[in-house]
Write a protein that binds this ligand. Structure first.
Ligand code: PEP
Ligand code: MG
Length: 324
């Protein structure tokens, strides 16, 4: 099977009826970057920057941060890399930041929320990213944005750093594209205001599903109980796809669910055209995409979205088996 996946490396992830899906990888360490070459993926759709901070005893300085990001861009060899700014707190602790005990850390002082209270963290990181990407394209996105105001605050910090580089006559990236993650459900009802301000959006389905179903993503007792391809979740996701299409903002889904074949099939059927997944999932997902006729799946799936039971996954799995 592995040889079969390897043989697909240079083939597009295109359905039998000609719909192309872009497959990107999730990464967070230098060694993850090998996955780009190995899988033939289109780029890095989610680069989790927090690992460098989690293994450090003190706040990494701008220089080492920039060196690390530069290495990542070099390793990407011209393919796009979407850097997500620090998502610490919650399940991702760092030793240099003192914090109070929290009853609900996933809902607590984490990710972009910390940056608003400790703006130097984000300022230095953004400065390092600007430095690392000088002369080339920089893609940057903010985690756990809850509303338009938070996006503007984060964007302001980035703008200040860009101005600072201009004043110091430092070479800037050739282009800076700015996006948000969509992980907090409240943001879905802000899309008409938010989408005109951003260059791209990426759904973090791990957190979005955890908040949507009020179900801890780490709780083994609940694992598998709330299905991301049940009608309520798919209707929510589809409303995001439709809004992004309406505003012509590129949309990616970068949570773990995109790496599971039947789930990815449902996502593509409701309109996703870009998934960012673990490198090991690229082969299986590409093989699935290349074996389906999307129009058939779409019409079958749409008929299932009004169901009020747990049957959708089973029916779709059977359909997928019967159709290649
Ligand atoms: C997500 O929430 O889906 C996501 C991609 O971010 P993380 O898993 O790092 O929280
Ligand atoms: Mg997340």
């Amino acid at each position: 099977l592995l040889a079969k996946y390897a043989a697909l490396r240079d083939k597009p992830a295109k359905t039998l009826d000609g719909v192309e899906v872009e497959l990107m990888i999730n990464a967070g360490l230098s060694i993850d970057m090998d996955g780009l070459e190995r899988t033939g993926a289109n780029g890095v759709g989610l680069f989790r920057t927090e690992f460098q901070f989690m293994v450090s005893e003190s706040l990494p300085r701008v220089g080492p941060q920039a060196d690390f990001y530069r290495d990542i861009l070099e390793a990407a060899n011209g393919k796009p890399v979407v850097f997500r700014t620090l998502d610490i707190g919650g399940d991702k602790p760092v030793s240099f930041l003192k914090r109070d005990h929290e009853a609900n850390p996933a809902l607590g002082w984490r990710a972009i929320r910390i940056a608003f209270d400790r703006p130097a963290l984000l300022r230095y990181q953004v400065r390092a990213l600007l430095k690392a990407a000088e002369g080339r394209e920089l893609n940057i996105m903010f985690p756990m944005i809850s509303d338009v105001t938070e996006f503007k605050m984060a964007r302001d910090i980035l703008n200040k750093e860009i101005d600072r580089q201009i004043k110091r006559k430092v070479t800037l990236p050739s282009k800076v594209k700015v996006g948000t993650m969509l992980e907090v459900p409240a943001l879905i009802w802000q899309l008409d205001n938010l989408l005109p301000m951003i260059d791209f959006m990426s759904i973090g389905s791990n957190d979005l599903m955890q908040f949507f179903f009020a179900c801890d993503r780490e709780n083994a007792k609940l694992a598998g109980r709330y299905d991301p391809i049940s009608p309520p979740a798919l209707l929510m996701l589809k409303s995001i796809v439709d809004k992004c299409n309406e505003h012509q903002v590129p949309l990616t889904l970068c949570g773990e669910i995109g790496g599971k074949p039947v789930t990815a099939l449902a996502l593509i059927a409701i309109g996703f055209r870009r998934l960012s997944i673990a490198p090991a999932s690229v082969g299986p997902i590409k093989m699935m995409i290349r074996s389906v006729n999307l129009a058939d799946v779409e019409s079958y799936m749409m008929g299932l979205l009004s169901r009020s039971d747990h049957s959708l996954r089973g029916l779709l799995t059977t359909f997928a088996k019967d159709h290649g």
